[in-house]
Design a protein around this ligand. Structure first.
Ligand code: SF4
Ligand code: ZN
Length: 301
């Protein structure tokens, strides 16, 4: 028997409790339809490989649904190349179709090269963003493009409870109130080129996913990204974990609080409509999309 989250559960009951939690999140938020084609964003890390395993299990109960995996290769030497092998291996074992896209193919630049350009530009300037700020924006775009190539109805992201709460606090610290409302289990936009995103693991703490992966003997990448320490998210992660240790339940409380205030936040904001970017044609809220704007800023476009 093991003690976890205050409950005493055997290993089998623990893994079932995680699957039940994911099932409850999916049904509460009506994430999928029985005949959906679902693309799971698989990076090769524990969260995404776990999500793929759980959804592959659920998919068997829905004969009209289909599952595939999509991976983005940002071009981070010594990190993503290894992670991709774990993603491919998980897909092979589960017999899931796999699609891949790279920053180099899509944007004409690897993240490593982009970081070098940022460093050169950063000398004497203080308006340069961190590698993660660029990586996050470009990866979201790449995922949308590759999910479309896979003809997916839904893009399933493996963001866990910790990720969601960190993002909420990051938005608060950046003073970006409207974005707090966008941290939600389902993100749908009325644009034909936008693949709706769902987050079936958003109520599962990172620790529980790690334990589930360990019990299931899942193989995944464990080395951190070269640029991870530059992220402000990292400071927030440490702070939240310290807090959670002293005051158990803090992460859930923040998540639930935002669930309660989200309708008010959404009502206070003007509804935004997506349009085609004047440069690349992808869906965006402004004339020129964020990826194009960022790439221009560092002289790639
Ligand atoms: Fe990209 Fe930053 Fe994550 Fe590395 S840590 S993969 S640079 S977002
Ligand atoms: Zn664009």
């Amino acid at each position: 028997m093991r003690i976890y989250s205050g409950e005493k559960l055997c290993n089998k009951c623990f893994t079932k409790s995680i699957e039940d939690k994911v099932k409850a999140t999916i049904s509460k938020n009506r994430m999928f339809k029985p005949n959906d084609r679902i693309a799971v964003a698989v990076s090769g890390g524990k969260d995404s490989v776990t999500l793929l395993c759980i959804l592959a299990k659920f998919e068997k109960l829905f004969p009209k649904a289909s599952l595939c995996a999509v991976t983005v290769d940002e071009g981070i030497r010594g990190y993503r190349d290894e992670a991709v092998t774990f993603a491919l291996e998980a897909c092979r074992k589960l017999e899931v179709e796999h699609f891949m896209i790279s920053f180099e193919d899509l944007f004409g630049v690897r993240l490593d090269e982009l970081v070098n350009r940022l460093k050169a530009k950063g000398k004497g300037s203080n308006e340069v963003l961190s590698p993660c700020a660029y990586c996050g924006v470009l990866r979201r775009r790449a995922l949308n493009v590759v999910a479309r190539q896979a003809k997916a109805d839904r893009l399933a992201l493996a963001h866990n409870l910790d990720d969601e709460v960190q993002t909420i606090l990051l938005n608060i610290m950046h003073g970006d109130a409207p974005r707090i409302a966008r941290v939600k289990p389902v993100l749908e936009e009325s644009h034909p080129l936008f693949v709706p995103r769902v987050k079936p693991l958003c109520e599962v703490p990172e620790k529980e996913i790690a334990f589930y992966a360990y019990l299931k003997k899942t193989e995944f990448q464990t080395i951190p990204c070269t640029y991870a320490t530059t992220a402000m998210r990292n400071d927030i992660r440490l702070m939240l974990n310290r807090f959670e240790e002293k005051h158990a339940g803090t992460k859930y409380t923040i998540f639930r609080s935002v669930e309660k205030i989200r309708p008010a936040l959404e009502a206070a904001e003007k509804e935004v409509f997506l349009q085609a970017c004047k440069v690349c044609g992808e869906p965006t809220v402004s004339e020129i999309c964020k990826p194009c704007e960022m790439l221009r800023r560092i002289g790639v476009k």
